[in-house]
Design a protein. Structure first.
Length: 431
């Protein structure tokens, strides 16, 4: 079977019919039997939905007709299980779900209840049946879909991969933190409640500051692990997909970092990707941090830790709620979106739209044997203009200069993945 994939599509407006990227990229994308992208916006008309109190960073919305433009690239699978799914509340989520359903794109990861959001979704092709399971680790509690019971209707939302985190402190550090806690009185109420039998009782020596659990240990470190209940649900979905599909991939939206650079995925994300393949998935397709993260080949299966941004149009926001204006000392009744974005970006000098890495991405094309193992993996370098014609800023086209991949290639080598350049400007992974 053959596959192509793209990363985040933060699309804010219609794409011109004569856009050069269609002619350049559609033939590459259409090489795949399954052709996936991450839809990172909500879809509804102006005035249809309330905005949430908080957003995924920017309140993303565009009209549903944009899916017609996106499909011209050749995509046939998507997910919008990401940190913007509830920018306009549950109503916005449901309207987006309805628009994606009407488009004919196979989609997953978002549903009217948890069972629907967590279920594998299938694409039938002449080469075989492909299953997608979509998860998201960069989330807020109100995004998470709820289970349906005999008496309570399921809650619409996403299929989550929650992160369990805590800080372990060596004896010296724990003692110092405990002194600060006692001196400030920040946990006085919690301490009293522990004496009353709550939070594990009076013998529980863990502390909480700002929602973060602090534990005594032998060394000081920050620990992140995937929620066991979520892992069990995803394992079950992979098992279910084995019955109905020839190939299974997991879509993973994740911003979490493993060091001081965005390019490095968190340790728990690496563990999760390996877990998925150990349980029977054939690929993990990551997106979220808006830039490229390395490729790893694990047990003959590709892991794309992040494919970057396929389209980036954050300056095409037409309106925003009062809460976003107030974050920057402005008022929606007297200020424009132009002023809002200018203030947030320090006169357009910082933010995603000023970082060239956010406009540099790849389209991987891979082919598998009958057992689902890699036979070939080729990547096509793609860039989007950061300046110039405002109808085309942030829209992808084939890269002529591929030097931006030098750092990506170096990072892939740290994962044991080596690439060689082809005469046409593409790169093959050496298998």
């Amino acid at each position: 079977m053959k596959f192509t994939a793209a990363g985040d599509m933060i699309i804010g407006r219609r794409i011109p019919e004569d856009f050069v990227g269609y002619d350049e990229l559609a033939p590459i994308i259409k090489q795949g039997d399954a052709r996936f992208f991450n839809l990172e916006t909500t879809l509804h008309k102006e005035g249809e939905c309330f905005a949430s109190e908080t957003s995924g960073g920017t309140y993303l919305r565009t009209n549903p007709e944009v899916l017609d433009d996106i499909k011209k690239f050749g995509f046939n699978m998507t997910s919008f299980n990401n940190n913007h799914v509830t920018d306009y509340g549950i109503d916005g989520l449901l309207r987006t779900l309805e628009a994606v359903e009407a488009s004919g794109l196979v989609h997953g990861g978002v549903g009217r209840n948890l069972a629907e959001a967590a279920a594998p979704r299938y694409l039938d092709t002449s080469a075989g049946r492909v299953a997608m399971i979509s998860v998201n680790s960069t989330l807020m509690g109100e995004m998470i879909a709820g289970e349906q019971t005999a008496r309570i209707k399921g809650r619409p939302g996403i299929n989550p991969l929650r992160v369990v985190e805590h800080i372990e402190l060596d004896p010296t550090d724990f003692s110092a933190i405990k002194q600060i806690i006692d001196k400030t009185g920040i946990n006085v109420q919690r301490t009293l409640e522990k004496k009353e039998g709550y939070h594990g009782g009076a013998d529980n020596i863990t502390e909480i500051i700002g929602g973060m659990t602090l534990l005594p240990g032998t060394e000081t470190k920050y620990v992140q692990k995937a929620n066991e209940k979520d892992l069990a649900r995803i394992k079950k979905a992979i098992y279910e997909a084995k019955l109905g599909a020839d190939y299974i991939f997991v879509s993973l939206h994740a911003h979490e970092m493993g060091g001081t650079e965005k390019e490095d995925p968190a340790k728990f994300l690496k563990e999760f990707a390996h877990f998925c393949i150990d349980e029977g998935a054939d690929a993990v397709v990551g997106h979220g941090p808006h830039l490229l993260r390395p490729i790893e080949i694990y047990k003959g299966c590709p892991i794309f830790y992040s494919l970057g941004d396929f389209a980036l149009q954050l300056y095409n926001v037409e309106f925003a709620p009062q809460e976003m204006y107030e974050q920057y000392g402005l008022d929606a009744s007297t200020s424009t979106v132009h002023e809002l974005l200018k203030t947030r970006s320090k006169n357009f000098s910082l933010g995603l739209m000023t970082d060239h890495r956010m406009f540099e991405t790849i389209i991987p094309f891979w082919e598998t044997d009958e057992q689902g193992k890699l036979k070939r993996l080729t990547i096509y370098p793609v860039v989007s203009p950061m300046t110039g014609n405002k109808s085309e800023i942030g829209l992808p086209r084939l890269a002529k200069d591929t030097s931006f991949l030098d750092d990506f290639i170096r990072r892939c080598e740290a994962y044991g993945t080596k690439l060689q350049k082809n005469a046409d400007g593409s790169f093959d992974v050496i298998l």
